[in-house]
Each structure stands twice: as structure tokens, then as C-alpha cells.
Design a protein around this ligand. Structure first.
Ligand SMILES: Cc1cc2nc3c(=O)[nH]c(=O)nc-3n(C[C@H](O)[C@H](O)[C@H](O)COP(=O)(O)OP(=O)(O)OC[C@H]3O[C@@H](n4cnc5c(N)ncnc54)[C@H](O)[C@@H]3O)c2cc1C
Ligand SMILES: NC(=O)c1ccc[n+]([C@@H]2O[C@H](COP(=O)([O-])OP(=O)(O)OC[C@H]3O[C@@H](n4cnc5c(N)ncnc54)[C@H](O)[C@@H]3O)[C@@H](O)[C@H]2O)c1
Ligand code: SF4
Ligand code: FES
Length: 828
């Protein structure tokens, strides 16, 4: 005898509702006769991926989660394109468009949200849309075929993803934002400013602190008028100013509604048999707007409906990742310090990296990452776990090896955390994939990230969970794991070596050409690939390549180090740290003349003039009449020396003379990362040569050559490359080592990790070959002979000087005010 199934009706065929049904079918496949109503004419699809569809990274077909066959196979009655218009709670019935009605024992409201359209005059005009569904996406694609200028109102996640998509469609895009910085709901000011700069480099324009008064135009939008009286031309206006839970039907039906449909921990509304999940629901005062919490709600409701005991939904901590190719932004938990909390920050404008951790009672409660977001998933799991991070705060901030990211003191690190993670914990928030799902996929034969993605969808949306999925692969696939090569950034799947080989093979000569020919998936590139391509091209073709200033970071463009108040630091070259009374007097006069607020000795034996205004830079350089110390770039910085045999009674060689010689030989040398040298006059090593990229230590009758050292966060002592007798040999070996590093390291890789990666034995074997050594030396000489001092060049060329003129206040780039940035000279 078959028992009669209960009737379950789902209103809303979106991500949260259908997810609940999927769960329920797994838990109790025969319990309900299910009817689904969807106002949209499509089967259930991944709304998140609309951003990728718009940007050209996915097709509409690819984002379907459950096709029509799935509904059929599971015996679900589906009414597509039918909006439910009425609920009769007394008789437990729903009524939909087209005269359709359905009775229920249990009803799920999963009506999602509506895009908020600003109630301003002209908002109803043709060409004004929100960005919420397939229809909106198609409208934007269509508009881009006929129109050129787009305005996106709202600089939040949605607005920026829409803007990136429209840029990809060839439109001229301006984002209008009401706040003074972008994504203020997810980011703090420094991260937001870095984000803005990166997006500007991609071609996006911004109008900040602007309030839209009305949409101009007759039938179709022609532009926007702002409250300050200014205007913007636009024939497509996308409103991305937030969402409002879709509650009208619930309200009409007597269900309690505040901002959303009010539910308890079991997703029950005030009316018997009626539940709500997803963006339309309000739980403990919060209506969520991201899928991860909605999936958690769905899991609880599914258990409840299946009659399985469950602890109830207790609310979610959320994290977000902006899905814009070439920009890495992560925000999780509480990123604005509540009372009693501390925050730790790290900012490096040269590398384009910003990190902020918020700690309360020794627990990580929030994080913002820009530029390097690989640790986002691990940090987010620490935020959720609430475990103590006492004593590990700095490690976490500075991104030590993945295994430092957890289990403080308990040992084991990140892999131990993954192993201990319960099977039902969600690893991929975007797609609601649990650890158990991923482990099953691996045990079922998936051995690469791509295969796990194909089987489970984990990492298929924002990609934020990729490190965790890879971690699970390492643990559960063991030796079978297939590591698929990663591109140098999100814009390409090519590795550094492949790119360099292709540049050489095809003789590519500009950054744009490389991107075009090698099929970059983002026309403008990003903050990782543009500077690296600029470096590789300059390194490969020193004679022909013209440096692309726009592919460099601010500091390298202005040849000075930007400080947290927006002023600059000027470090002239002082060869070997040896100066003279005349030079010192000149520096003092310049400091007085330009009212330089601070003059300080750096760790590299030089003088740093701090607090110089941008417009004063050329004047300061002119008056100093000294070469640039390159204290701002990926280049030779200092050659630190001790006094050596000239004065010291222990000295066996002239350390100062050698230091000056090396600094003169290698000044203006750019490199994959900054390079520091030191020369000590005896093994007492007062110049600390054994923590430098290239260290020279005098011994009786010769010099020891040390390589691959590094102070700073990850201290690494040098390894001994060899011992030579003469000063000429020191220069030749140093030159060959540096050129080999220049030609083979990945952009941004310092000598310490490079030596570790390729091995000293290999480097030695190359440099021991005299012919090869001399050839490397000659290539570096040839490169350096073509370089000029950047300060002199700017001082002497009026056109270049113009770049330093004071901008009108409105255009000035805001400084990274809250940053804790140090001058690069001082950072090791
Ligand atoms: C472009 C874009 C990108 C996004 N990116 C991300 C991201 O990267 N990460 C993230 O976590 N979140 C992201 N989101 C948010 C995420 O998509 C939503 O949180 C999620 O889709 C909400 O699911 P839901 O089921 O509650 O609502 P929806 O997915 O909106 O589904 C509700 C459905 O109910 C239907 N409906 C409404 N009323 C009725 C009715 N009376 N009768 C019948 N049907 C009805 C609607 O038409 C809709 O199809 C993004 C959203 C957009 C628009
Ligand atoms: N990557 C992701 O996780 C992702 C991507 C897209 C959308 N979403 C989700 O979709 C939902 C909608 O996104 P959203 O960005 O519209 O919402 P949001 O509320 O996060 O951001 C809206 C932004 O618009 C700005 N704004 C408000 N009024 C304005 C006005 N009059 N003029 C100019 N700017 C104005 C606000 O300052 C805010 O920054 C959110 O829940 C979001 O989390 C998430
Ligand atoms: S390293 Fe040797 S030579 Fe140089 S200062 Fe120290 S003791 Fe003197
Ligand atoms: S968390 Fe976004 S794809 Fe997994």
C-alpha cells in the first residue's frame, strides 16, 4: 500500500528555494508531491553567474543549475513564467497567473529580492534597468550593440561587476557612487582606494559622492542630472543601489513582514505550514543578500520538512569576493572595528597589496584583503570557527605558509583544520558544496581542481574557495593529485615561462601586443600582469623596448615613495653609504628650502627626505643634483658597507671601495624585485652581508660571495656561492648572478625564494661556466649602459615635469590615509 504524499508548494524557482528542494529530495524523496511556481520563464539558474555571462565568461546554458529534465525526473510539477498572485492560508491554497491553483500542506516562500530602482524622475524611461535576472543581462547585451555610453548607479559589488561586464561589451562606462569610496559595505578606505585605481586602470570611470537627481531624455535615457547640477551623458543606465526583499505577496496574505518575511530558527513564518527561505526571509533581524547563508537556511528547512531533527538556523557570518577579472578583493566578517577590537594592517602600494584583520578578544572577527586574496578562505574559516589566534596575529596578517593559518599551538596547521572539518560544513559558499561532497567526488575519482569543479561546482563561481578545495585534494587524493598549471594572474592561463618563451618566439614588443596575441581574457590586463609583462619585455629587449609608465605602480611612475599622507619620500643615491660634507650641506639646504618635515637615516645607510609634496619633487631633485637612489622600485637599492680596511683594525679588504664600485656598476638596474647588496671588510660582517641578495665578505686574500639572503618578515641567510680573489672577479660574479636572476626569476620574486626554488647547485653550475658567466655579465652591462637617471630626465624635460604639477583638488588622488605603509627603503 502506498501512503499518500503530502503536498509541498514552492513559490519562487530561484537559488534558495530549489536548493531546499534538492536537499529534501535527498533526505526524503517520497514524502512530498512537489509543485514549483517561477515568475521567470527559465529553469533554476545560478544568478551569481550573471556577472560572468555579462562579462562574456559564461553562456546562459552554462549557468542552468537544474534543467527541465531534473524537474521531470523528480516528479516535480513546474509552472514557469507564472507568478503566484494570492495565498489563501485558511484553505492552504495558492493562486497563480493563468488561473492556476495548487493546494499545499507545506508552503515555501522563496521569492528573493527585487533590484531597488531609485524613485527619481525619469527612472521609468527606456534604457533604465536593474541587474537582477537573465532579462536584465540580455537588455544590457542588446544595449551595448546600439549604444556607447553606460552609467552604472551604485559602486557596490553588483554595480562594479555590471560595469566590468559593460566594459567587456565595449561600452564607455561611468560608475556613479553616493559614498566617497567604493564598496563601503565590504571594504575600508585604503582597500577601496586601491580597488578604484585598479578599476580605473581597466578603463572604468568614477563619479564619487554624487547623488542622481533625475534621468534625462525623452522616451529613452540620454543622461543623468546630479544634485550638484552637473550632468553625464548616458544611453544605458543600470541601477545597482541595493535590493529589497520581495514581500508583497506575503504581506497581502497575512504573513508577518518587516524588512523581509519574518522567520524563526526553523524558517517558519507566523502562519502554520508556511515557511520562507532566501533573500525574502528575515531571520533575527537580518535579510541576507548572498547565497551562502541562504543555502544554510535551505539545509535547515529541508531537514525540518523531512522530519529530521535539526538544531535550527542561527544566522551566518558572511564573506564576499568581487568577481571582476584582474582584481582580487575579499571581505569577510566584521571589517569595521567594534568597540574593544584591535586591527592589524599591512599595505604595500608597490605590490598593490592591502590586508586588514580585525581581532576581538583574541579572535579573528573580520578581514579585508586586496591584491592577495589566496588566504581569504582560510581566514574566513578562522572567523567562523571563533578559535583563539593569540600570538599568531602577525603571521596571519603577513600570510605565512598556508599551514600557519590555523591550529595555533595545536600543530598540524591548515591541513589539520581541513581534516577536522565536519563533512557537512560548506566549503564553497557560492554553490553550497560541503566538504563531504568534495571528499566524495575525490573518492569517486576526481584528482584535479577542474574535475572537482565539474563534479560538484565547487570553485565554479567566485573562485574564493579554490585554496580549500585544493587543500582537500592534497589530503584526500594524496599522490594522485593532478596540479594544473596556474596562469600568472586571472587574465591568462599561461605561466611566466610560457609567456617569456612566446614573447621571444614571436618577437612580441608591447604589453598590448602580448595580451592580444596570447589571448588575454581581459583586454586591459590587471595589476599583476601589466607590470610583469612590462618587466619581461624590458629585460628581453633592452635596446628596443620603451618602458610603459602606465604599467608601473605609483611609486615607480613618480620615482619616489608615496607616504600615508600622500606626500613622497626622496632618497638620493649615496654610493656605498659614503658621503661628504659638501653633499651633506646640499641635502640640508634642500631640506630647508622645501621645508621637508623629516630627514632620516635609512636602514641602508642613506638619507631619506620625508614629506615632500608631489609638485616639489622635480625641484628637490634639481637642487639635490644627485642620482635617484631608486628607493621606490624593483631595482638595485643600496650597497651597504662597513668601513673595512680603510679605518678598521680588523679589516682585511677595502669594503667601502668595493661597495662604491658595485653600486656604481649596478645602479639603475631594474629586476624582478628589489635587490640589496652589502660588503663587509672581514668575517665579523658588520654590514650584515649574509642577509642580502648578494653579500660580499672579505677574507684573507679574497672575497666570499653570498647569495639569496633576505631580512624582513621571512628572514633567510645567504648561501655561499663561492670565493674569489680579485675585485674584478667580485664584479663579474655579482653581475652574472644578478643577470641570471633577472632573466629567470618570476616578476615579483626576490632572490631568496628564487634561489630556494631553483637551487644553489643549479645557479653555481651556470655561473661556473666562464663563457656563460662572461656572457651574462656582458648582457647586464649592455642593459645598464642604456639606462639614464630618471630624476635628471624629468628635471630636464618640461613635458615630463608637467606630470608633477598640482592637480585641481577634485582630481587629486586621495592618499592611503589609514595605511601603515613604510618606505620601501626601510622594509627589508
Ligand atoms: C548579478 C548578480 C551577481 C551576484 N553575485 C553573487 C555572488 O558572487 N555571491 C553571492 O553570494 N551572491 C551573489 N548574488 C546574490 C545572489 O544571487 C542571491 O543572493 C540569490 O540568488 C538569492 O536567492 P533567492 O532564491 O533568495 O532569490 P532569487 O534567486 O532571486 O530567486 C527568487 C525567484 O522567485 C521568483 N518569484 C518572486 N516572486 C514570485 C512569485 N510571486 N511567484 C513566482 N515566482 C516568484 C523570482 O522571479 C525569482 O526567480 C548576485 C546577484 C546578482 C543579481
Ligand atoms: N560578488 C558578490 O558577492 C556579489 C555580486 C553582485 C551582487 N551581490 C549581492 O547582490 C545584492 C545587490 O548588490 P548591490 O551592489 O546592488 O547592493 P549593495 O547594497 O551591496 O550596494 C549598493 C551600493 O550602492 C550605493 N548607493 C546607494 N544609493 C545610491 C545612489 N543613490 N547613488 C549611487 N550609489 C548609491 C551604496 O552606497 C552601496 O555601496 C547584494 O546583496 C550583494 O551582496 C553580491
Ligand atoms: S666587518 Fe670587519 S672590517 Fe668591517 S667594520 Fe666590522 S670588524 Fe671592521
Ligand atoms: S565560494 Fe565562490 S566559488 Fe566557491
Amino acid at each position: 500500500m502506498t501512503t499518500k504524499r503530502k503536498k509541498l508548494v514552492l513559490v519562487g524557482n530561484g537559488m534558495a528555494g530549489v536548493r531546499t528542494i534538492e536537499h529534501l529530495l535527498k533526505l526524503a524523496p517520497d514524502l512530498y508531491e512537489i509543485t514549483v511556481f517561477g515568475a521567470e520563464p527559465h529553469p533554476n539558474y545560478n544568478r551569481i553567474m550573471l556577472s560572468s555571462v555579462l562579462a562574456g565568461g559564461a553562456s546562459m546554458e552554462e549557468i542552468v543549475i537544474n534543467d527541465l529534465g531534473w524537474y521531470r525526473d523528480n516528479g516535480i510539477t513546474l509552472h514557469l513564467g507564472r507568478t503566484v498572485t494570492e495565498i489563501d492560508p485558511g484553505n492552504r491554497k495558492v493562486y497563480a497567473e493563468g488561473g492556476i491553483e495548487a493546494a499545499y500542506d507545506e508552503l515555501i516562500m522563496a521569492t528573493g529580492s527585487n533590484a531597488f530602482i531609485l524613485p527619481i524622475p525619469g527612472a521609468e524611461k527606456e534604457g533604465v534597468i536593474g541587474f537582477r535576472d537573465i532579462k536584465d543581462c540580455q537588455a544590457m547585451q542588446e544595449a551595448s550593440r546600439q549604444h556607447k555610453k553606460a552609467a552604472v548607479i551604485g559602486g557596490g559589488l553588483l554595480g562594479l561587476e555590471a560595469a566590468r561586464g559593460l566594459l567587456n561589451l565595449g561600452m564607455d562606462v561611468t560608475v556613479i557612487h553616493i559614498n566617497e569610496y567604493l564598496m563601503e559595505r565590504q571594504l575600508d578606505r585604503p582597500a577601496s582606494i586601491m580597488l578604484q585605481k585598479e578599476l580605473e586602470a581597466q578603463g572604468m570611470k568614477f563619479l564619487l559622492k554624487k547623488q542622481t537627481e533625475s534621468v534625462l531624455g525623452k522616451q529613452r535615457a540620454k543622461g543623468l542630472l546630479f544634485k550638484d547640477g552637473s550632468m553625464l551623458e548616458a544611453d544605458l543606465v543600470v541601477m545597482a543601489v541595493g535590493i529589497r526583499p520581495n514581500t508583497a505577496l506575503a504581506q497581502r496574505s497575512g504573513i508577518t513582514v518587516e524588512r523581509g518575511i519574518v522567520v524563526d530558527d526553523y524558517m517558519r513564518t507566523n502562519l502554520p505550514g508556511i515557511h520562507a527561505v532566501g533573500e525574502c526571509a528575515q531571520h533575527r533581524g537580518i535579510a541576507y543578500g548572498l547565497v551562502a547563508p541562504l543555502y544554510e537556511q535551505g539545509a535547515v528547512l529541508a531537514k525540518r520538512l523531512a522530519g529530521i531533527e535539526t538544531g535550527g538556523y542561527e544566522g551566518s557570518v558572511t564573506s564576499t569576493k568581487l568577481k571582476v577579472s584582474g582584481v582580487d578583493v575579499f571581505s569577510g566578517g566584521i571589517f569595521v572595528e567594534p568597540e574593544g577590537a584591535r586591527s592589524l594592517r599591512y599595505q604595500d602600494e608597490i605590490e598593490g597589496v592591502y590586508k586588514k584583520l580585525v581581532v576581538l578578544d583574541d579572535r579573528l572577527i573580520g578581514a579585508v584583503l586586496f591584491g592577495e586574496t589566496g588566504e581569504g578562505a582560510s581566514l574566513f574559516s578562522l572567523i567562523k570557527s571563533g578559535e583563539s589566534i593569540a600570538g599568531r596575529e602577525k603571521e596571519l596578517l603577513l600570510g605565512l605558509p598556508a599551514d600557519a593559518l590555523s591550529s595555533g599551538g595545536g600543530g598540524g596547521g591548515a591541513s589539520a583544520r581541513l581534516e577536522a572539518m565536519p563533512a557537512d560544513e560548506i566549503v564553497c559558499g557560492c554553490n553550497g558544496v560541503s566538504k563531504g561532497d568534495i571528499v566524495s567526488a575525490i573518492e569517486g575519482g576526481c584528482t584535479s581542481l577542474g574535475q572537482v569543479k565539474g563534479c560538484t561546482k565547487a570553485s565554479a563561481s567566485c573562485g574564493g574557495c579554490k585554496p580549500l578545495v585544493e587543500g582537500l585534494l592534497q589530503i584526500y587524493a594524496g599522490d594522485d593529485v593532478v596540479t594544473v598549471k596556474e596562469g600568472i594572474c586571472g587574465c591568462t592561463s599561461l605561466s611566466r615561462d610560457e609567456i617569456v618563451a612566446e614573447i621571444k618566439r614571436m618577437g612580441l614588443k608591447t604589453v598590448k601586443e602580448v595580451m592580444n596575441v596570447l589571448d588575454w581574457n581581459n583586454e586591459e590586463g590587471c595589476s599583476k600582469c601589466r607590470p610583469s609583462l612590462n618587466y619581461y619585455l624590458g629585460m628581453l629587449f633592452p635596446a628596443e623596448y620603451k618602458d610603459e609608465k602606465e604599467s608601473r605602480f605609483t611609486n615607480e611612475r613618480y620615482h619616489a615613495n608615496i607616504q600615508k599622507d600622500g606626500t613622497y619620500s626622496v632618497i638620493p643615491r649615496i654610493y656605498g653609504g659614503v658621503t661628504s660634507p659638501t653633499e651633506l650641506k646640499r641635502i640640508a639646504e634642500v631640506a630647508e628650502k622645501f621645508a621637508v618635515p623629516l630627514v632620516k637615516f635609512t636602514g641602508g645607510q642613506r638619507l631619506d627626505l620625508l614629506g615632500v609634496k608631489k609638485e616639489d619633487l622635480p625641484g628637490v631633485w634639481e637642487a639635490l643634483d644627485m642620482p635617484s637612489g631608486h628607493g621606490y622600485g624593483k631595482a638595485l637599492r643600496t650597497v651597504k658597507t662597513c668601513v673595512g680596511s680603510t679605518f678598521c683594525r680588523f679589516g682585511t679588504q677595502d669594503a667601502m671601495g668595493m661597495g662604491v664600485r658595485l653600486e656604481k656598476a649596478f645602479e639603475r638596474m631594474n629586476a624582478p624585485a628589489k635587490v640589496k647588496l652589502a660588503v663587509s671588510g672581514c668575517p665579523r660582517n658588520c654590514a650584515e652581508a649574509t642577509v642580502k641578495d648578494f653579500g660580499v665578505v672579505a677574507i684573507d686574500g679574497g672575497w666570499e660571495l653570498h647569495v639569496g639572503g633576505n631580512a624582513g618578515v621571512h628572514v633567510r641567510a645567504t648561501e655561499l656561492l663561492g670565493v674569489v680573489k680579485t675585485d674584478d672577479e667580485v664584479e663579474e660574479w655579482a653581475s652574472a648572478f644578478l643577470q641570471y636572476y633577472r632573466e629567470n626569476a618570476t616578476w615579483n620574486e626576490r632572490t631568496a625564494p628564487w634561489v630556494e626554488r631553483v637551487g644553489l647547485t643549479h645557479i653555481k653550475s651556470v655561473l661556473d661556466d666562464e663563457e656563460e658567466r662572461k656572457a651574462l655579465h656582458a648582457r647586464l652591462r649592455d642593459t645598464l649602459d642604456r639606462t639614464v637617471d630618471p630624476w635628471k630626465q624629468i628635471v630636464n624635460e618640461p613635458e615630463l615635469r608637467k606630470n608633477f604639477e598640482k592637480l585641481p583638488a577634485a582630481q587629486a588622488v586621495p592618499a592611503a590615509k589609514e595605511s601603515g605603509e613604510r618606505t620601501e627603503e626601510e622594509s627589508a
